[in-house]
Write a protein that binds this ligand. Structure first.
Ligand SMILES: *Cc1c(COP(=O)(O)O)cnc(C)c1O
Length: 481
C-alpha cells in the first residue's frame, strides 16, 4: 500500500471554498503559507479510501477475539463512549470554578463511593493515570505511613507470581524488593513468607488472582502474617473482573488496592492510554491519599461538592488536575448500568469462560497448574518444543493466520513457553469454541506440519518481522513487499 504522500498529485483538492464574495484584503501570515510544507494533495474520496483501507488492516476488540492474558481486552459497551463524549463532560476545563463543575465533581464522588463499596476500602483517589501509577501511589502511602510513625522499614516483599510492575513500583519508590517463592499449588509459599517477614519489611504486594490466573487460597493467612510483624498488605486489583461482586480485598484485610478502570470498567485500552488506576486505602492509610480529594457538604437544602486541599498528611498530587476524567465517566456509566447484580455476573462469566477454555485445551497443551482458574489460565508450549521443535512464538503467529489475536506469550515467567489466555466475560460460547478449535488444530499442525507453523503468519498484511528491528526502525511501506 502506498503512503498518503505517494498518492498526492499537485493541485488535487478535497474541498473548494466558495468564490470570494466580500472584497476584503486578507493577508495570510507568511509563516502560515503552504509553501515549503510538504502536505499531500488529494481529493476527498482518496482520503476516505486511504484511511478506510488502513483501518481494515488493524485488529482490535471490535474486530475479533482478543485473549491477551492479564490485559482484559474485553468488549466495552458503546453507550459508555457516548456518555463520556457528552458535551457537558468533554467540554469542561479543569480550571473552571467548582460552581460550574458540580456535576463532574458529583460523578467523581459517586464513583469513588462505588469503588469503595466494590472493594471494601475506606477511601479512594482517582488521580493515578494507569495501573503502575496506582501501584507507585499506593506504595507511597505505605512509605508515608511508616515515616509518620518514625519506623524505618526499607523492604517490600513481592511474590514471584506477581505482575512485573509490582517489583518495579516498589523499587521506584526506593524500597529493596525481596522475592517470595510460590508453592507447588501456585500460591504464596507461607513458610518462605514467614521467614522473610521481618520488622524491616514495610509490606507485601500481592497480585490476586496472580499471574497464573489463580486465587491464593491462603489470602487471609498471608495478610495475617504480614500484619503480625507490623507490615501493610497491598492488593494489585488490576484484574478485578475475576472477583467482582464475589469478595472484597478490604474484607480480606488489605490496606491498599489499585484498580485498572481501563481493564475492568469499560475503557478500551492498548496503545498507551489514557488509563486510570484509582487507589483505595484503609482507614489507617486514608489520610495519606493524594490531594485534592472530592468532598461534599450540605448547604441549605442541597449538597455542594468541593475540592479539598486541606489534607496535611497527604503525599500531595500524583498527577496534574484530577486524573483522566473521561475514563471515570465510562466507569461510572458501566457501574450504574450493571448494578450490583450485573457486576457479580461479570465476575462469574469471566471465571466461567476461562475455565471452559482451560478444560477444552488441557488435553492438547501442558497445563502446569491444573486447578480451577479465575479470569485466565496459563498453558505451556513445552511439549510442542520438545516433540516438534515448534515454539510458543510460532504458534502465536499461526493463530493470526486464523484471524484471531494471540494470547500473551512468554509471560508468566514461572511457566516455560507460557501461553497466558484470558477470554474475558464478554465472549459467547461460539467464539470460545472457535478459538479452542483453532488452538487444537495448531497443536495438530505442530505434529504433522511443523514447518507450516514456523513460517506463520502467511495470511496477514505483514509476514513475520524481526521483533527488535521492527520496533526500532519501523518501515511504514512494508505492505509493498
Ligand atoms: C495491567 C496490569 C498492571 C499494570 O497496569 P497498567 O495500566 O498497564 O500500568 C498491573 N498489575 C496487573 C496484575 C495487571 O494486569
Amino acid at each position: 500500500m502506498k503512503l498518503i504522500f505517494e498518492k498526492s498529485r499537485e493541485g488535487r483538492v478535497g474541498w473548494t471554498p466558495p468564490e470570494k464574495t466580500v472584497d476584503a484584503k486578507i493577508r495570510i501570515p507568511e509563516k502560515m503559507l503552504r509553501q515549503g510544507i510538504d502536505l499531500p494533495e488529494l481529493s476527498e474520496v482518496d482520503v476516505v479510501r486511504h484511511y478506510t483501507a488502513l483501518s481494515r488492516m488493524n485488529y482490535g476488540v471490535d474486530t475479533g477475539f482478543y485473549p491477551l492474558g492479564s490485559c482484559t481486552m474485553k468488549y466495552n459497551p458503546k453507550v459508555n463512549e457516548k456518555a463520556c463524549r457528552m458535551s457537558g463532560f468533554c467540554g469542561i476545563h479543569p480550571y473552571q470554578p467548582t460552581d460550574m463543575t458540580q456535576g463532574a465533581l458529583e460523578l467523581m464522588h459517586e464513583l469513588e463511593k462505588d469503588l469503595c463499596e466494590i472493594t471494601g476500602m475506606k477511601k479512594f483517589t482517582l488521580q493515578p493515570a494507569a495501573g503502575a501509577h496506582g501501584e507507585l501511589t499506593g506504595i507511597m502511602l505505605i512509605k508515608a505511613y511508616f515515616m509518620d510513625k518514625g519506623e524505618h522499614r526499607h523492604k517490600i516483599l513481592v511474590p514471584d507470581s506477581s505482575h512485573g510492575t509490582n517489583p518495579a513500583s516498589a523499587a521506584f519508590c526506593g524500597f529493596e524488593v525481596v522475592q517470595v517463592n510460590s508453592d507447588v499449588d501456585g500460591g504464596v509459599d507461607l513458610k518462605h513468607l514467614e521467614e522473610l517477614m521481618t520488622d524491616d519489611v514495610a509490606g507485601l504486594m500481592l497480585t490476586n488472582p496472580n499471574t497464573l490466573g489463580l486465587f491464593d487460597r491462603n489470602i487471609v493467612e498471608i495478610a495475617r502474617i504480614v500484619h503480625s510483624k507490623g507490615g501493610k498488605v497491598y492488593y494489585d486489583g488490576a484484574n478485578m473482573n475475576a472477583i467482582l461482586g464475589k469478595c472484597r480485598p478490604g474484607d480480606m484485610g488489605f490496606d491498599v488496592i489499585h484498580l485498572n478502570l481501563h481493564k475492568t470498567f469499560s475503557t478500551p485500552h492498548g496503545g498507551g492510554g489514557p488509563g486510570s488506576g484509582p487507589v483505595g486505602a484503609s482507614k489507617e492509610l486514608e489520610a495519606y491519599l493524594p490531594k485534592p480529594t472530592v468532598e461534599v457538604r450540605t448547604e441549605g437544602k442541597g449538597r455542594r461538592f468541593f475540592l479539598n486541599y486541606d489534607r496535611p498528611k497527604s503525599i500531595g498530587r500524583v498527577r496534574s488536575y484530577y486524573g483522566n476524567f473521561g475514563v471515570m465517566v465510562r466507569a461510572y456509566a458501566y457501574i450504574k448500568a450493571l448494578g450490583g447484580v450485573g457486576l457479580r455476573k461479570v465476575g462469574e462469566n469471566a471465571v466461567l469462560n476461562a475455565n471452559y477454555l482451560m478444560k477444552k485445551l488441557k488435553s492438547h497443551y501442558y497445563l502446569p497448574y491444573d486447578r480451577t482458574c479465575m479470569h485466565e489460565f496459563v498453558l505451556s508450549g513445552r511439549d510442542q518444543v520438545h516433540d516438534c521443535g515448534v515454539h510458543t512464538s510460532d504458534m502465536a503467529k499461526r493463530i493470526l493466520d486464523y484471524g484471531m489475536h494471540a494470547p500473551t506469550i512468554y509471560f508468566q515467567l514461572l511457566v516455560e513457553e507460557a501461553l497466558m489466555i484470558e477470554p474475558t466475560e464478554t465472549e459467547n460460547k461460539d467464539t470460545l469454541d472457535e478459538f479452542a478449535e483453532v488452538m487444537i488444530k495448531i497443536a495438530g499442525e505442530c505434529r504433522t506440519n511443523p514447518e507450516l507453523v514456523k513460517k506463520a503468519p502467511q495470511n496477514t498484511p505483514v509476514k513475520r518481522l524481526d521483533n527488535t528491528l521492527a520496533a526500532r526502525n519501523p518501515d511504514l511501506r512494508w505492505i509493498h513487499r
